[in-house]
Structures are given as C-alpha cells and as structure tokens.
Ligand binder design. Structure first.
Ligand SMILES: *Cc1c(COP(=O)(O)O)cnc(C)c1O
Length: 486
C-alpha cells in the first residue's frame, strides 16, 4: 500500500493501528531498498513474507499482469494453469531478449530486474566465497556441461582456426561431451599418480602445446571439484602456461563454490596467470533444483560476449530459485552451510578411515581434494572378483546414494573416445575404491547412517565365501544411477 491508501485506511481502522501497520511495511521495504541500492546478498536472511512481497512487486511490473493489458503478439506470457502461474510467482516472461540473455525485456520490467539482481547477488557470493577479483557473472538456465559448451562456442569466434582443447582427464561424461558437442577435439592429458593422488601432468600439457601449436588450441579446460583420488588441477601452473602462450583457459568448477580451496585456486590462477571463465553448477552449490549454472570471469567484455552467444530468451526459473534461496539464507546462512560442510568432511573422513581399518582397507591419502574422498577396496577385490561391483549394487538397493564404487578395468566409450579405467580418472589406478563426498547440505545423520549400512554391506560380502550365495543378487546398478556427482 502506498501512503495515500494508508491515509484512506485510517478512516476505516484506528489511525494508530494503521500507522503501526505502515511502519511494519516500511521494515520490509527497507530491506528491499538496500538490495536494490547495493545489489549484494543481504547479510541476514529475509523472512518469507518479505520475499513474497518483493516477488509480487516484481510480477506486477510485467505486462502479463497489467490490469489493462491486451496482447496480440505470439508470446504474451499467457498460462492456462493457476498452479503454473503460482509456481513462477506470475513471472512468465523469462529473461533476456532474442539476441542476449542479459538484455532487458521491454514487456517485463519485473523479470528483467529479477535477472539483473540475481546476477549481481550471485557475483557477490562468488567474491565472498574466495574469488575476490571476479568482475562479472550470469546465471544460465542450463546445467554445467551445456554452459561449458557455450563458453567454447564463444571462444571459437576469437580463435577461428583452433581445433583442439587440452583437457586434463576427469572421468565425468558431461564435461567431455561439452567439448565434443561444441565441435572440438579433446586432447586427453592423463593424470600423474603422486602417492594416492592423481594430479595434473604439466609437462605433457606443455609438450602438447609445442606439438600442436598454440594457435591451434582453443583453450585449456581444467577442473577443480572432482571425485578423489583425483584432486583439483594445478590451476596456478596451468594459468601461467596459458598466459605465456596466449591460450584461453576455461575452468570447470562444478561444485567448487562450496569449497574455499577450489575458490582460492581460481583466484590465484587468475592473479598469476590466465583464466577466462569458470563455470559452476547452481544445484550442486546452492541447494536448488537441477537446471542452472553460473558462468563467471575476470574480464567483463568476455563474459558479456558469452551471454550474447545465447540464442533467444531463456527460462527465469533457475535465477528465481537461486535468488529466493540466497535471500532466504543471507550471506551468513550460506557461510554457515559451508562451515558445516567442512566439519562434516572431517567427520566423514574420520568415520570412513575407522571403517576402512576395521575391514583391512584404508582411506586413500588425498589431502588436496577438499570435498570427495576414497576408501580402498583392495581386500574385497582379493576376496572375490565380483565383490566390488556387488558392493555398488548393495549400497544402491539400501538407498545409500552418492557412494560410488569404482572397480578396476572398466572400459567406456564416450562420444567416440575409449577410456580405459573409466571412472577412476586413470588408465590403471592401483586399486578399486569407494567414493564418498561431503557436499553442501550434508547432515551428520547422512554420514552416520551411510557408515552403518556400508559397514553391514562390507561385512556380509567378506563373510560370504561365494558371493553368489548372498541375499544380494540384484544386478549392478546401471552406471548412470551410480554415477551421482558429489
Ligand atoms: C556435475 C559435473 C559436471 C556437469 O554436469 P551437469 O549435469 O552438466 O551439471 C561436470 N563436471 C563435473 C566435475 C561435475 O561434477
């Protein structure tokens, strides 16, 4: 209500009560004012009533909600179902304009404002999470793989002659497909085994540049967050190599926003060398449904160029979800989630290590991986060939999700390329293992229950002389279902 309406209300209800009501409203508006003024994530989370008030204010600014609107176009923000309208807070027009996902939409001032504010709040969180010098970012309504594809396609205009992408191996199908779909030939750089860890082979990266010629290489495509025993790439060194040879550098930071280590690597890489863009998943970092990613960078011009590559308009849902989430949590709430995650990492490592020892196995030593860890399954493998894959299916049927069993010797074709030792990031890792991750949102109960069930499964597999005689004859879980990312 505006002041005029408040005055009118005073003729109906006692003016002192109305004044109190109007002051209460000003409290909500004050929060909205600060958001519009600063474009930053509020330190303290908002109540649902403030958020809904704000979203309703945005929605009435869009033409589909104008009382006098008569549309005769082919896209007028019409929806048949009230459920659908409410699911989107009546923001129906999406974001962007035909040629640019970041452009303002004349028919939808509210949705356009939502889009700009979301990008600005998300940039604030990325900076607060450790990439202090990030200068620009935007939310895309596509998951990480497709967002990487968009980055590669943008680079093609800058380097029309380039055919290759140098890619330190990480066994995740979507990041490999991201390069192939964009029309490039990935040059797979096998990792080096250092202790238990799989790390970037910088010499081979350098050798490949000399061999192929820098001008024929579209970019280096590196990765931070990944399943142990692989660890985040040596970003600083890669960034220096890229700067030296004038080769662009795109970083897959899929679930790295939640880890100060991954974010620090990106910040340092950009400081000492070259990083053109880094891409992160919305759902893996911000507890929202799957479907969005953030493309961020240090050069505003390049990030804008990527957003201009996006053809047509786009769904506003991922932006709306992440904005609502960050307003609900506030910066302090998000920090709290991250510190709980770190605590659970230590708890999980301790529990998994204890469990491993009890079964003659060990927690692999992967101190450079801040999120994922791995427990060897060498003893189980020695016990029986099938036991390892069987453990995977047992955990799956016992509703332990995300604990990923990696047997030796899996061969997998991905977009025409054969990967030996697939899932393990190496052609011949020394032992089979089981992965577990402490990712944002994990609760102590998740860890404890998972350990209990894992213990039971391993125990029963070790007891059974012939694995076939156990109650578990379920076929191995299909790889897609097992392949849950952290
Ligand atoms: C999740 C993930 C991706 C991308 O998966 P999308 O389904 O496209 O979001 C790529 N690389 C890694 C390391 C991942 O964890």
């Amino acid at each position: 209500m505006n002041s005029e309406n408040f005055s009118l209300s005073e003729k109906i209800v006692s003016s002192s009560y109305v004044r109190q009501g109007s002051q209460a409203r000003r409290g909500h508006e004050q929060l909205i004012r600060v958001l519009l003024e600063q474009g930053k994530c509020p330190e303290e989370g908002w109540s649902e009533s403030t958020i809904e008030l704000f979203l309703n204010e945005l929605a009435v600014m869009d033409s589909n909600n104008f009382l006098g609107n008569c549309g005769v176009g082919e896209r007028e923000g019409r929806v048949a179902s009230g459920l659908v309208a409410r699911r989107h807070y009546r923001l129906i027009h999406g974001i962007g304009r035909s040629g640019d996902i970041a452009a303002v939409q004349p028919k939808a001032a509210g949705s356009s404002l939502l889009n700009k504010l979301t990008n600005s709040v998300v940039l604030d969180i990325i900076r607060q999470s450790g990439v202090r010098s990030a200068s620009c970012c935007f939310v895309v309504p596509m998951a990480t793989g497709m967002s990487l594809t968009l980055c590669f396609l943008t680079l093609r205009h800058r380097r029309p002659g380039a055919r290759y992408i140098l890619w330190p191996r990480i066994d995740q199908k979507s990041c490999f497909k991201a390069m192939v779909t964009a029309g490039f030939e990935p040059i797979v750089i096998e990792n080096i085994l250092e202790g238990d860890e799989l790390r970037t082979d910088l010499d081979t990266v350098q050798k490949k540049i000399d061999e192929l010629g820098a001008e024929n290489i579209l970019c280096v495509h590196s990765t931070t967050s990944c399943f142990a025993p692989r660890v985040p790439d040596r970003l600083e060194e890669l960034a220096v190599i890229c700067a030296k040879h004038d080769i662009p550098h795109v970083v897959n930071n899929a679930y790295g926003v939640q880890s100060s280590k991954c974010m620090h690597l990106i910040q340092q890489g950009a400081r000492v060398g070259r990083i053109d863009a880094f891409v992160q998943s919305l759902d893996k970092n911000f507890l929202v449904p799957v479907g969005g990613a953030i493309i961020a960078g240090f050069d505003e011009g390049f990030v804008k160029e990527i957003s201009k590559m996006y053809p047509g308009r786009a769904s506003a849902s991922p932006s709306l979800d992440v904005l609502i989430t960050l307003l609900t949590l506030g910066a302090s709430g998000y920090r709290k989630l991250l510190s709980e995650r770190k605590e659970m990492y230590n708890h999980l490592a301790h529990e998994l290590s204890t469990l491993a020892q009890q079964h003659g196995e060990r927690l692999l030593h992967t101190p450079h991986n801040p999120i994922s860890m791995a427990m060897s399954l060498s003893g189980l493998q020695a016990h029986s060939d099938q036991a390892v894959t069987q453990l995977g299916s047992m955990l799956f049927t016992r509703q332990v999700s995300g604990a990923r069993v990696v047997p030796l010797g899996v061969e997998q074709m991905v977009s025409g390329q054969l990967f030996r030792g697939f899932m393990s990031h190496a052609e011949a890792y020394p032992c089979p293992y089981l992965n577990a991750a402490s990712a944002v949102g994990i609760a102590r109960g998740d860890v404890d229950l998972c350990m209990k069930r894992l213990d039971k499964c391993v125990r029963s597999l070790r007891k059974s002389a012939a694995p076939h005689s156990t109650e578990d004859t379920a076929p191995p879980a299909p790889p897609e279902e097992q392949d849950t990312a952290a």
